[in-house]
Structure formats: structure tokens, C-alpha cells
Write a protein that binds this ligand. Structure first.
Ligand code: GLN
Length: 286
């Protein structure tokens, strides 16, 4: 018989509770929340099954499980999310970085190899900073600007840059509603962005984890087509000749946005699929 305060018993109890509350990833979340609390890697829980939690640990774990049962995302409870080669600090002021966005970073880095020289790069709507910081980490000779409309988000991006990058001289932060406060004399070789793109009307069918906790400003738009067309047109004027634009987007709009861009002065354009075969990215060349 297991002791009720053992890791094994507490995991089982938490898993059952989360399942009852219809949390889909009950076991995984119970493990992540406990491992993080105890400062252990998740696999290490399995070799410490008999270990007993003290009173403080038990209370803290209970609080975490209660939060999760109310659909609070695990990343906001632990305050972190792995993305590409780093761990980003996150809270409710920023979107939790998604795997699709890692694919966007990967595409950019595979196109711009190590030896492509110095580049000036903009990560528009940077949120946690995950795109721009991952690029800067991989390409030390780039100069990256991270911008966001939200002061709170920029504070988090700054914190992440300081934690993840050895030196932050090559990175600058701008509070800006899209391009409006980005000086027009700054011209970029590359603009990467994961802007809000979900139609407000889709909100009803979405998970509570997202709708109840993540910043709506980072997710939803009244009219995605209009907003994204304008964003693309503005990006064109901020790029150098031959500059590249990479955007994560709504699969239903990707083809139209590329076709429209080709009639509006962009030289080249393509849609790229994500790992679930959705038309998730557009890549344009000025
Ligand atoms: N760039 C951040 C991310 O990809 C935030 C995006 C956003 O807030 N729309 O996660």
C-alpha cells in the first residue's frame, strides 16, 4: 500500500481529479506541475515514486492542481514554456508559444544559413519574444528588433532576452501598435510575425484554456482578412529590396493573401504547410 503523501499516490489522485474536471491531458499535466514544483525533470518522478511530499509541497501542489482544474494552462502555472532551443518565461500578458511557431523559426533559419551575414530583423507582435529571441540566439551577427503593442508583453520579452541570450546588445525593443511607432528609416532584411489571426466568431468553439486565460489582443480579430492585408502592405514598405516577410496565419486565408500580395508589388510569394498539413505560413519576397 502506497503512503498517501507519496509522489505516486499524489499523482494518481491529481490525475483522477483533473480527469473528472475534463482536463484532456490530466496525467501529463499532473506530472509537469509536480516535477516543476519539486525542481525535478519529469522522468525523475518515476524513480522517486515512493518519496513523500512535505506539508508545504503538498499544499503548493494542491493549489496548482486546483488552478489547472479551472482550465488555467500549465505554462501559466509553471511560468514557463519550452520553445525551439530555449525555455521562455510566460504569464497571462503573453500568448503561450505554439509548436507551429517553432516551425516558422525553423523555416527562417534553414533559409538564412549561418553564413548569410549581418541582417536586420523585425519580430512584429513579439509577445514573449519567442521568435526574435530564438533567431537572435541562432544567428549572433543579426540585429533584431522586437515590437509589441503591449508594454506588459515587452517587459516579458526583455526578461526572456536577458535570460536566454548571452548578450543583448544586438536586440532592441519597441512599443508599437504594428508599424505605427517603428521609425520609417529603419529598414529590415527580414520581418517575421505571428500576429493575431483568429476570427472573433471562432471564439465560441475554442478551448477554455485559451479563451479564459490567453490575451485576446494576441489572438482575435474582428476582420482578419482586412487586418492581415494591411499588415502585409505595411511590411512591404519597411523591407529593403529583396527583403523577406514570414508570417504565421489563418490557413483559410493563406492562399488569398499570397495571391493578393503578388498583385501588389511583391516579387515572389508562397504558402507553406505546417506539420498538420495546414496552410499555416506565408513567405513573401519584396
Ligand atoms: N510572437 C509571439 C508568439 O508567436 C506572440 C504572438 C502574438 O501575440 N500574436 O507566440
Amino acid at each position: 500500500m502506497q503512503h498517501p503523501d507519496s509522489i505516486l499516490s499524489l499523482l494518481k489522485k491529481s490525475e483522477d481529479f483533473l480527469k473528472k474536471k475534463e482536463i484532456a491531458s490530466a496525467r501529463l499535466d499532473a506530472e509537469i506541475l509536480l516535477a516543476d514544483l519539486l525542481g525535478l525533470q519529469r522522468v525523475k518522478l518515476y524513480v522517486n515514486f515512493e518519496k513523500l511530499l512535505n506539508e508545504t509541497e503538498k499544499n503548493a501542489y494542491r493549489d496548482r492542481i486546483v488552478d489547472r482544474s479551472k482550465n488555467k494552462p500549465t505554462a501559466y502555472i509553471t511560468g514557463q514554456k519550452s520553445f525551439y532551443n530555449s525555455v521562455f518565461y510566460v504569464n497571462e500578458n503573453v500568448l503561450i508559444p505554439r509548436p507551429e511557431t517553432e516551425e516558422l523559426v525553423e523555416k527562417i533559419l534553414s533559409e538564412f544559413k549561418e553564413d548569410t551575414g549581418e541582417k536586420s530583423v523585425l519580430d512584429l507582435c513579439t509577445g514573449s519574444g519567442c521568435i526574435g529571441i530564438s533567431l537572435q540566439l541562432a544567428r549572433k551577427n543579426w540585429k533584431t528588433t522586437l515590437s509589441d503593442i503591449s508594454k506588459e508583453a515587452l517587459e516579458i520579452a526583455k526578461k526572456n532576452a536577458a535570460q536566454i541570450l548571452e548578450e543583448t546588445n544586438s536586440i532592441q525593443f519597441l512599443e508599437s501598435d504594428l508599424f505605427s511607432s517603428i521609425p520609417t528609416e529603419l529598414k529590415f532584411d527580414l520581418i517575421a510575425t505571428n500576429p493575431p489571426y483568429i476570427p472573433l466568431t471562432d471564439k465560441e468553439g475554442m478551448m477554455k484554456d485559451v479563451v479564459d486565460y490567453e490575451p485576446h489582443l494576441a489572438l482575435f480579430l474582428e476582420n482578419p482578412k482586412e487586418f492581415l492585408s494591411q499588415l502585409i502592405a505595411d511590411a512591404h514598405s519597411r523591407l529593403k529590396e529583396d527583403g523577406k516577410f514570414y508570417m504565421e496565419t489563418l490557413p483559410a486565408l493563406a492562399n488569398d493573401l499570397v495571391l493578393e500580395s503578388l498583385t501588389k508589388g511583391w516579387r515572389k510569394g508562397k504558402v507553406e504547410k505546417d506539420l498538420s498539413a495546414k496552410n499555416r505560413f506565408i513567405v513573401l519576397t519584396k
